[in-house]
Design a protein around this ligand. Structure first.
Ligand code: GLP
Length: 260
């Protein structure tokens, strides 16, 4: 794992955006795995700005999002379809037909999950998977005890995840109990993984992911098995790590690895 500890939130966003821009520059036909959540909002905003400044083009990029709620139509304001359109797709030059999310309101969600996994394979696999992390160590919607070999499927959401997501639903709505999510095995099959975590609330999960045992109790810890995983943190999210000096020492090449 490459652990990049940035001075502050803005530096973590800048660093992550830079890594994505570099990836797309190297590989204009990149197949990006995309994530949602509050953490990604400033990142997508930055990518949209970099696009408007001519620093990056997504014209030949294909994307596959990690997950979508079961029973929620794409047009629902809290769907991840809506989120992606609003915060990224409508601001950059990616063709709509090249963007993919699982269809949460499919009449056969099991078949939809299998179709989605097959579509990723048919696109040649993910060249870069972007990830956030839940406070309980989930990636995508792979909640604790998810099989580390799992592929795209339906997952039951934990109470804590449903509570965290309540804010995105109306007062009369019940947050969904299930999601279609890429599996941990799907994520590990990406050629590169890039996880962004910011803020003190993520510190415990980040420490378990990086320094804890590889365990289904913290699905993000499976990234320890990935040969090209980069973790970008701000200082707050790195607050519970024990080997902070070491991470900075072993990667003295990037400015973000020193607290500057
Ligand atoms: N399915 C998403 C995850 O992909 C995301 O990483 C997580 C954290 O979200 P936030 O960035 O809002 O803390 O939320 C949801 O559960």
């Amino acid at each position: 794992m490459k652990v990049l500890i940035c001075q502050n939130h803005a530096a973590a966003i800048e660093r992550t955006a830079g890594l994505i821009v570099d990836h797309v520059a190297r590989r204009p036909d990149a197949v990006l795995g995309l994530a949602t959540g509050g953490t990604m909002l400033p990142l997508y905003e930055r990518l949209a700005t970099l696009y408007s400044e001519g620093e990056v083009s997504f014209a030949n990029v294909t994307s596959f999002n990690l997950d979508e709620y079961v029973g929620i139509a794409p047009a629902h304001p809290a769907s991840y379809h809506s989120y992606m359109k609003e915060v990224l797709f409508s601001h950059v030059d990616i063709g709509e037909s090249r963007t993919h999310l699982p269809l949460g309101n499919s009449p056969d969600v099991q078949a939809e999950a299998e179709r989605y996994e097959a579509a990723i394979a048919a696109a040649g696999g993910l060249s870069l998977q972007l990830l956030g992390i839940g406070q309980n160590g989930h990636i995508g919607f792979n909640e604790p005890t998810s099989s580390l070999g799992s592929r795209t499927r339906i997952k039951t959401l934990t109470e804590s995840t449903r509570t965290a997501n309540r804010q995105y639903f109306g007062p009369d709505e019940t947050p969904p109990a299930y999601a279609i999510t890429m599996g941990v095995g799907t994520i590990l099959a990406a050629r590169e993984c890039l996880l962004l975590a910011t803020g003190r609330a993520k510190a415990q999960a980040v420490a378990a992911m990086i320094e804890g045992p590889v365990s289904a109790v913290c699905p993000a810890s499976a990234l320890q098995l990935h040969p090209h995983a980069t973790i970008v943190l701000d200082r707050e999210a790195s607050g519970d790590l024990r080997l902070t000096d070491y991470y900075q020492h072993v990667h003295p090449d990037g400015e973000a690895t020193r607290f500057d």
